[in-house]
Design a protein around this ligand. Sequence first.
Ligand SMILES: [Fe+2]
Ligand SMILES: [Zn+2]
Length: 397
Amino acid sequence: MQNLNSEVRSAVITNGAIQLTWTLGQISHLGTYWLRDNCPCSLCRHPGNGQKLYEIVDLPRELSPREAFLAENQTLKVVWSDGHRSSYTQDWLIAHDLSEQARAARRPQVQLWRGDMAASLPAGDWPTVVADPVAELAWLERFSALGFGLLKNVPTEPGAVAEVGDRLGFVRVTNYGRLFDVKSVPNPTNLAYTAVGLGVHSDNPYRHPSPGVQLLHCLESEAPGGDTLLVDGFAAAEILRQEDTVAFELLTTLPMTFHYADGQTDLVAQQTLISVNRDGTVTGVHFNNRSADWLDAPAELTEDWYAAYIQFGRILKRPELELVFRLEPGQCLVMQNDRTLHGRTAFDPNLGRRYLQGCYIDRDAMDSRRRVLRRTITTPFTYLPPPQPARALATAA
Ligand SMILES: [Fe+2]
Ligand SMILES: [Zn+2]
């Protein structure tokens, strides 16, 4: 954080708003409604759950700070024009600093990767992760930074993947059920159990929202080939941004329509292949040739968009981006579905069985668990955690 070595030196009211000066010289302008809406007092927020006790329209139409001064421990005290009094601790002011540097430090610490990390896969031992919160947090931190993780020693029993899913979060039931089979047997009679290679993709972009996390659990892998391919979609998106900003812009603004239909189902969702937030940070990648349906966009833009799509598809096939490894029985691969794209090399089903089971969970439950564990555990993991919440989290929205 920008202000870790700096303290609040003074607070003054300038042009009707509060201005803080820090000991290292930075100046923060605190917006009036922004600051008042963060008042932590027991009239404004429930002392037990931290939830707001007023509606935004209840704040006075004309509001300004009447007095602002620093009290003990550099706590900012404010008396407002309606007589309300607020206190903000220095820790809170530091944790909520709106400077560009502080905001950048608070963003999720994403670590982009390439195919050369096969020797250092983010693996955890499932029985240990379940039993030891320190091991669980370390695994969750790596998952969060890298967008995938491997769990070893998951029982090789059908259905175990859903138990893992319910331990990491909550299994999301879809039209495919609670879990799905990816299975091939020697001399298959059903061509649905194909053995062809699959280019890297994200699953189910035709859902709204698309699944946050996919689990794939290996039960049998006798057939030669069928190795797992992973590509960091965020790293690929950054390469596209560097190599062609116009293509990047097109893929972040014009959505593709994705579609899946069968006798009982007709799922349609529009997704940009690359999602970015206001800061320009890549927040999602959706790529799936099989369910890409059609581009509903201004006619004069379709060819440029397709050029960008093809360019991005080529980047995703660059060998240096492909992480290739063999998923062994008892291993469960957990992937952030809108970041880590997955595929597989071809295999020969006549030479042995290959049986995987998968399920989907939402990502918020994993993020929540990570934050809860962080309250009490200092992780040996090296990423800088964001500031702890100043109060108990709200129970429900
Ligand atoms: Fe898939
Ligand atoms: Zn208040």
